[in-house]
Ligand binder design. Structure first.
Ligand code: AMP
Ligand code: GLY
Length: 421
């Protein structure tokens, strides 16, 4: 099978690594990729957000499946353009991708489908924001309505800071003020062909920049999978997953299909386990980053068959994907000053030594080759992944590998998966 992956981050690198593990090996290329991806597959200098350019390329090169990594191409209508040209694509059309691209749309779908989520009020002005903050009380949750690259949400007890955040985002549109939800967060990925879903194994993401969940929200600083603590509350991972399929995923997929916007691709359920039950904090329309880096290394079922079945409407004929009993941990290496204003263009050394640690792989997030060296090109630079028989082992391997990597000014969290080890 000839597959084109769109994107340039650690998530796409992890997807490609999973595809290349298969026997027989599919033929994989990536646009635009990064230095780590280019070391493994052909990279194409193609703008992944340009629907016509991507569709032309796919037709001309007999691509049999396009896998869309990030949200921007989805919102730009790249999946629509590919489907129109008869190319199988894993990723929703623009209309269904609004589940991630518009929080107002997502809330309406959840309301119609009866999916449990936090109460929220949309505010179009500072006066409306102020009234909503007082209605909900502290801690305040203020969310930009559109795509905000992980920077749209502020959770704070400081009313002035909440208002300042709203003021900034009101210039770009409206904001959502939401009830504060307290509990463990879970990322659950479900493959969808528009009508049926198949679950992957859950993961937990660390969104804050610093240890002990201090510092600002980021795109994600680390993750682990599976979540052993689910058993105490649900009996087993399978029982938890069954509940999410029945109460969240299927109602959402059915609502979207009924509205004429079937969702084909990855339904990312961002969940919070409150004392009152499960609530959806957000949906994304694509694989999560860095969660993908810990979910896919544990996947035993060939990934390409699952993605193609979703893209071609035949997911309902397949059994649930299987996962290894091994655990996986990933720790993200971030640039100096990430997430505020990352300093980039710095040389990275020690990657080969890090890869010699057993069970370790490195998904490149923002790297480029410059001559014989590899340099950083963005905020999240590397996602160091370690698999092991236990979280103690996987963590030890990940942090051993991290100690061998050098990037001036970089930082990473030291507490990823510490709570389960
Ligand atoms: P989102 O971009 O919606 O995933 O929000 C980013 C992060 O903000 C989430 O992962 C949570 O940690 C936090 N968050 C979002 N909404 C809420 C909420 N209603 N209550 C508490 N924390 C929230
Ligand atoms: N890790 C959070 C996200 O991918 O949105």
């Amino acid at each position: 099978m000839k597959i084109l992956v769109l994107g340039s981050g650690a998530r796409e690198h992890a997807i490609i690594t999973a595809l290349l593990r298969e026997q027989p090996r599919p033929s994989v290329e990536c646009a635009p990729g990064n230095a780590g991806i280019a070391a493994e597959v052909a990279v194409v200098a193609l703008d992944p957000n340009d629907p016509v350019a991507v569709a032309d390329y796919a037709v001309l090169n007999s691509i049999e499946l396009v896998v869309i990594g990030p949200e921007a191409p989805l919102v730009a209508g790249v999946a629509d353009a590919l489907r129109t040209r008869g190319i199988a694509v894993f990723g929703p059309d623009r209309a269904a991708a609004a589940l991630e691209g518009s929080k107002t749309f997502a809330k309406r779908i959840m309301d119609e489908a009866g999916v449990p989520t936090g109460r929220a009020v949309r505010a179009g002005s500072l006066a409306e924001t102020s009234a909503a903050l007082d209605e909900f009380g502290a801690p305040y949750v203020v969310k930009a309505d559109g795509l905000a690259a992980g920077k749209g949400v502020l959770v704070t007890s400081d009313r002035a800071a909440a208002l300042a955040h709203a003021t900034f985002w009101l210039e770009h549109g409206s904001v959502l003020i939401e009830e504060f939800l307290d509990g463990q967060e879970i990322s659950l990925f479900l493959l969808s062909d528009g009508h049926s879903v198949l679950p992957l194994s859950p993961a937990q993401d660390y969104k804050r920049a610093l240890d002990h969940d201090a510092g600002p929200n980021t795109g994600g600083m680390g993750a682990y999978s599976p979540l052993p603590w689910l058993d105490a509350r649900f009996g087993s991972e399978n029982e938890f997953v069954d509940e999410i399929i029945e109460t969240v995923a299927l109602p959402t997929i059915r609502q979207l299909a009924a509205e004429g916007t079937p969702f084909v691709g990855l339904l990312y359920c961002g969940l919070i386990l409150t004392d009152a039950g499960i609530r959806v904090i957000e949906f994304n329309a694509r694989f999560g980053d860095p969660e993908t880096q810990v979910v896919l290394p544990r996947l035993l079922t060939p990934l390409s068959g699952l993605l193609l079945a979703a893209a071609t409407g035949t997911l309902g004929t397949l059994p649930r994907p299987e996962f290894s009993a091994d655990v996986a941990v990933t720790v993200v290496v971030a640039s100096e000053n990430y997430p505020e204003s990352p300093l980039v263009g710095r040389e990275i050394t020690g990657l080969d030594a890090a890869l010699r640690v057993p069970g370790v792989t490195i998904a490149h997030a923002a790297t480029a080759a410059r001559g014989d060296t590899i340099v950083s090109t963005g905020g999240r630079v590397l996602s160091v992944v370690a698999v092991g028989a236990s979280f103690i082992e996987a963590r030890a391997r990940a942090y051993e590998a991290l100690g061998r990597v050098s990037l001036e000014g970089s930082h990473y969290r030291t507490d990823i998966a510490a709570r389960v080890a």
